[in-house]
Design a protein around this ligand. Structure first.
Ligand code: ZN
Ligand code: ZN
Length: 134
């Protein structure tokens, strides 16, 4: 794999853009209720990076952080509402990016259903992946 390769992404309106240095650390579907609400989706697919691997272009000043729970924040665009980022003391030093906001190809596929105990029953789920509760 080319160690200098990057993956880019943005919010829906393009006011917030970012670029992450590959390789990523992990990729997983999150079934927690907070992700579900924040994204209006059955579950959310996240990719994990070290914070220093990611550079965010917020020249338009539209990136806002919402404290979705104690010691956890979600980064979204004030203009279009896209939820792009997650960071938490539980994964200190990491920045998690919503895979749906990427424009390029990622270096891996999701291999885990996280917070599986919170999953909804109205959405098909890949049962072949590793399952984690909480
Ligand atoms: Zn936007
Ligand atoms: Zn979640």
């Amino acid at each position: 794999m080319n160690e200098t390769s990057k993956v880019a992404g943005s919010c829906l309106c393009g006011a917030v853009r970012f670029e992450a240095d590959l390789p990523s650390k992990w990729c997983a579907h999150c079934h927690c209720s907070l992700c579900r609400k924040a994204h209006g989706a059955g579950y959310v697919t996240w990719v994990g990076f070290e914070q220093h691997q990611v550079s965010i272009d917020n020249d338009a000043g539209q990136l806002e952080w919402y404290e979705s729970s104690a010691r956890a924040q979600r980064g979204f665009c004030r203009q279009c509402g896209s939820t792009m980022f997650f960071k938490s003391e539980r994964w200190a030093g990491e920045l998690h990016i919503a895979v749906g906001c990427l424009d390029g190809e990622l270096d891996r596929r999701p291999d885990t259903n996280a917070f599986f105990d919170a999953h909804v029953d109205w959405m098909p789920i890949d049962q072949s992946l590793k399952q984690l509760d909480g």
